[in-house]
Design a protein around this ligand. Structure first.
Ligand SMILES: [Zn+2]
Length: 479
């Protein structure tokens, strides 16, 4: 996500689908097959899920995140931060929910978790390491009238996190995601997707995957979509949308918009940044890339091969958001990380990658301006916290929800993230810095990286960055 913090808040404190990740032998992956109908604010779906057990352990149950339940009016974890709540709920308070109706075959299932955010499925038979198990689920997602990741907006229906998402197996258990309003509370492994969606023909669909077909059927259009080796899948259904189309590094690039005086400039920002990041970090991994102008109150939101650009932003600001979200295709979509525990890993690197883009494509912003803005934001936070608390806690590896404020989350994850990567670049030099990031992408595309993975990839490229990364993240670095 590209989080835009308002000043007041800060002051207050059709190509082959198999072009993935080089020429690696295709590994068996878990697979989602979703058949959904969207009608009047409700998505009704059947989901087939085949789990391929790469955990190395024998499992007797599976757990899924039900992100749609964060949108219940009485949810414990509200999905929208108070700073933008009034704008996001444009028509007043509104609630949604995800209701699981059937799961099988299985021994038992239940919806649990602190916020009804987890579906636990007890398997009929344990699935051993390397084994597979298939489930069928039926569920209904009622959408709130909210301009956020999942909701009915004024111009489009955002279908982010619209299906039960398998939790990541980590250190002996499934990692359960709570829906914190600060940050992107998502953490998932790569899988393959086949999605069929029926929706009113008045909509235009933008999707994470390739749209294989869009067939008229009475009042509806039926879309068939697919995506391989991706850690999420999202769709936006827009009303009155136009599409600007381009091409970059072998991918089709689409910009869906309903109100943009200069769509060609946005398309150029998308294709130029996709090309720059591809040439700098490694090849863009998907056959298509779509950006959608839609209701999203806090900037933009990234999904694999699809990004949402908040429609309250325009011109250079909207394009900056687009460049940041494009960088997430490398840092989040391809190289995964636990965004609840280490938000700086993808946000800091996406923000710094955007700054690097402006070194080569100055105009809307400049590299020096982005780095100095990050430094000023960090120093302001440090000064304010030192005055209030006697000392400033600038450690970055806090879990979402442990930051003192949205302001602290943004400054430490984004701005201090920029300073961290700039310090690494200054210390190891340009050549080793970019070799390190290329190595990081090569090592972890399609996988999940930890903070130590990042340091190890730099080390494998001959760049000693571990000390800098550790001192920034633990808060001991003097900036
Ligand atoms: Zn972001």
């Amino acid at each position: 996500m590209k989080k835009i913090v308002c000043a007041a808040l800060a002051a207050a404190l059709l190509l082959p689908a198999s072009a993935f990740f080089g020429c690696e032998k295709k590994e068996a992956r878990s697979r989602y097959e979703i058949d959904a109908v969207y009608r009047d604010g409700v998505l009704s779906a059947e989901m087939g899920f085949t789990f391929v057990n790469h955990t190395g352990e024998t499992l007797s149950c599976l757990k899924f995140n039900l992100f749609g339940n964060a949108y219940r009016e009485d949810s414990v974890y509200a999905p929208v931060s108070p700073s933008v709540r009034a704008e996001a709920y444009y028509a007043g308070e509104s609630g949604g929910e995800m209701t699981v109706e059937a799961v099988g075959p299985c021994a038992a299932w239940e919806v649990c978790g602190a916020d009804e955010n987890i579906l636990r499925v007890d398997l009929e038979e344990p699935v051993g390491a390397g084994g597979t198990v298939s489930l069928s689920l039926r569920y209904e997602l009622k959408l709130a009238n909210v301009e956020h990741r999942t909701g009915v907006g004024r111009h489009a229906v955002n279908l982010g996190n619209f299906y039960p998402v398998l939790c990541v197996w980590e250190e002996g258990g499934f990692y359960e995601c709570e829906y914190y309003s600060d940050g992107d509370p998502f953490y998932s492994a790569c899988a393959d997707y086949a999605v069929t969606l029926r929706a009113d023909a008045s909509y235009t669909a933008a999707a994470s995957g390739r749209i294989l077909s869009a067939e008229a059927d009475g009042r509806d259009t039926v879309y068939e979509m697919e995506l391989e080796n991706a850690r999420d899948f999202a769709i936006v259904l827009g009303s009155g949308f136009s599409v600007a189309m381009g091409e970059a590094c072998g991918a089709q690039v689409m910009y869906y918009y309903y109100d943009d005086e200069a769509p060609e400039k946005m398309l150029a920002a998308l294709t130029d940044s996709l090309t720059y990041f591809s040439e700098t970090f490694g090849k863009y991994p998907y056959p298509t890339y779509s950006a959608v102008q839609t209701g999203f109150a806090v900037g933009g939101m990234e999904y694999p091969a699809l990004v949402m650009i908040g429609d309250r932003f325009e011109g250079a600001e909207a394009r900056y958001i687009a460049v940041h979200e494009t960088a997430h295709q490398w840092w989040y979509a391809a190289v995964g990380s636990n965004q609840l525990e280490h938000a700086w890993m993808d946000e800091g690197l996406a923000e710094y990658s955007a700054a690097l883009y402006y070194r080569e494509h100055p105009g809307d912003a400049s590299f020096a301006q982005r780095v100095s803005a990050a430094e000023n934001a960090y120093k302001a936070l440090y000064s304010v916290h030192a005055q209030i608390f006697g000392k400033a806690d600038t450690s970055m590896d806090k879990k979402l929800g442990e930051f003192l404020s949205e302001y602290q989350y943004v400054v430490l994850s984004y701005d201090k993230g920029v300073l961290l990567f700039d310090a690494v670049r200054e210390a190891v030099g340009e050549k080793k810095f970019f070799a390190g990031l290329r190595r990081y992408y090569k090592d972890y595309a399609g996988k999940i990286a930890s903070p130590s993975s990042l340091a190890e990839s730099f080390a494998r490229a001959g760049a000693k960055a571990g000390g800098i990364i550790a001192s920034f993240t633990d808060g001991t670095a003097v900036i």
